[in-house]
Ligand binder design. Structure first.
Ligand code: NAD
Length: 261
């Protein structure tokens, strides 16, 4: 399978899952627009690295996913530079954990904006071009929290359930346009963010590294293993293939069995 001559926009791709998705799509030959925050020199290293390693065009947009106008500009930049946005991956996301009565209103608004509304704005901007070309792949990074709840994560769980609903609705709308719309729901994914929490948790709870991983982080994950960013990216690549053209409106779990329980 090759995505040569295709172009992709991946939001929140300066680190973690999004970066792995951008790299996996570039490996298949797609030009990619990467997006997100970070140190300019680190972002430039990733961007230039993608071009050098995979022989594709890679550009960067610093669009803030809380700003609808910047999201529209990001899609327009990709269309102008590459000639199309064939693959849109809505991946940017943040987390905030707090009891509901002390959950800050601005954090609620920020999570709904980044984790949910940004997907609507990007889809809104990218669909006209996809419809005109009669081909498109829209994939959103949801979460196990699009299927089940957890206490103290009201905004995140609401936003991720919203992504699952948005996916179904847009999939039905675009079903006859050659455009598939799906979301992927990872469980706990091994990212630098997760890894860096382990030493502090070991100290705070007086636990070994293995106890932190199995009894704290992976308590909900039956395989007792983290999902890797590459495993999530591989599902994105599959959804872009012709073999997946009848898969639309789906919510694909990659969660070590979490939501089977
Ligand atoms: P991460 O923190 O490594 O990456 C998040 C990305 O989003 C970064 O590139 C960051 O710069 C970007 N971002 C944050 N706010 C932004 C904004 N306002 N505008 C533009 N970009 C912004 O996290 P990750 O673990 O790779 O998470 C990526 C996605 O996967 C998120 O939607 C997250 O909810 C989801 N997810 C993560 C896990 C996990 O265990 N790590 C599990 C399930 C789902």
């Amino acid at each position: 399978m090759s995505l040569k001559s295709k172009s992709a926009v991946v939001t929140g791709s300066t680190s973690g899952i999004g970066l792995a998705i951008a790299r996996a799509l570039a490996k298949e030959g797609a030009n990619v627009l990467i997006n997100g925050f970070g140190k300019p020199e680190d972002i430039e290293k990733e961007r230039a690295g993608i071009e050098a390693e995979f022989g594709v065009k890679a550009i960067y947009s610093g669009a803030d996913m809380t700003k609808p106008d910047q999201i529209a500009e990001m899609i327009a930049l990709a269309e102008t530079t590459f000639g199309a946005v064939d693959v849109l991956v809505n991946n940017a996301g943040i987390q905030f954990v707090s009891p509901v009565e002390s959950f800050p209103t601005e954090k609620w608004d920020q999570i709904i904006a980044i984790n949910l509304s940004s997907a609507f704005h990007a889809i809104h901007a990218a669909v006209p071009g996809m419809k005109a070309r009669g081909w498109g792949r829209i994939i959103s990074t949801a979460s196990a929290h699009s299927l089940v709840g957890s206490p103290f994560k009201s905004a995140y769980v609401a936003a991720k359930h919203g992504i699952a609903g948005l996916t179904k609705s847009i999939a039905l709308e675009l079903a006859t346009n050659g455009i598939t719309v799906n979301c992927i729901s990872p469980g706990y994914v091994w990212t630098p963010l997760v890894e860096s929490q382990i030493p502090d948790t070991m100290k705070a709870r007086n636990l070994t590294r293995e106890q932190v991983i199995n009894d704290v982080l992976l308590a909900a994950q039956p395989t007792k293993q983290f999902v890797t960013v590459e495993e999530v990216a591989a599902v994105v690549v599959f959804l872009c293939s012709d073999a997946a053209k009848q898969m639309t409106g789906a919510n694909l779990s990659v969660d070590g069995g979490w939501t089977a329980a």
